[in-house]
Design a protein around this ligand. Structure first.
Ligand code: SF4
Length: 209
């Protein structure tokens, strides 16, 4: 475990040795990101076998509490991170997108395992989505089938690195116009992505002609 005082210290603004345990000189970005990266609350839900590895990661042996991430929330409204752990079926993706829309900003998404990242062994299956990133933005991909708890922890640390590089001046959630919900796909005989409606209509007209 690193010293939190040293984590916050800006290396470009040195503090004399005798004051190091009492004074920290930092920046708004560093303290803003440090607070967020140290208390990421994942949403408590799982989709398939990868979820078992996620549950193992939360147990005492791997101890997510070291990263401030042990508080898995049963509500999207209290979650910062959606870990998509398992096979994403066409029946499930409207629910996943709805949950994503219900999460407040700042929010992050992790695709855990081959299924969530690209369809995995079920890719091209009649009922499976070839990657959750077809519908919602993914920040970190964790490879494996299933990924081990160590791999998931590595993915969480990559997410922390990503947060460290963000600046309060440019983060999307403070930009005007941001915050539009992702359209929830419709489940009919097949899945309809509402963002693709113009292309679907064009194709239908062509077929008719
Ligand atoms: S990636 Fe492998 S372990 Fe994970 S949900 Fe898919 S089939 Fe199961």
């Amino acid at each position: 475990m690193t010293d939190p005082m040293q984590d916050l210290q800006d290396p470009n603004l040195p503090v004399p040795d005798e004051l190091k345990s009492n004074i920290v000189i930092t920046s708004i970005d560093k303290i803003y990101n440090w607070g967020r990266r140290s208390a990421i609350w994942p949403m408590m839900f799982g989709l398939a076998c990868c979820a078992i590895e996620m549950i193992c990661t939360a147990a005492s042996r791997y101890d997510l509490a070291r990263f401030g991430m042990e508080v898995m929330r049963p509500s999207p409204r209290q979650s910062d991170l959606m870990i998509v752990s398992g096979t994403v079926t066409k029946k499930m993706i409207p629910v996943i997108v709805r949950l994503y829309n219900q999460m407040p900003e700042p929010k992050y998404v992790m695709a855990m395992g081959a299924c969530a990242s690209g369809g995995g062994p079920f890719k091209e299956g009649y009922n499976v989505v070839s990657g959750v990133d077809k519908f919602i933005p993914v920040d970190v991909y964790v490879p494996g089938c299933p990924p081990t708890p160590q791999a998931l922890l590595n993915g969480l640390m990559k997410l922390q690195e990503k947060i460290d590089k963000q600046s309060i001046l440019s983060v999307p959630w403070y930009q005007p116009g941001n915050g539009d919900p992702v359209p929830i796909p419709l489940l009919g005989p097949d899945l309809i992505d509402l963002r693709q409606l113009p292309a679907i209509r064009q194709h239908a007209h062509k077929e008719k002609a």
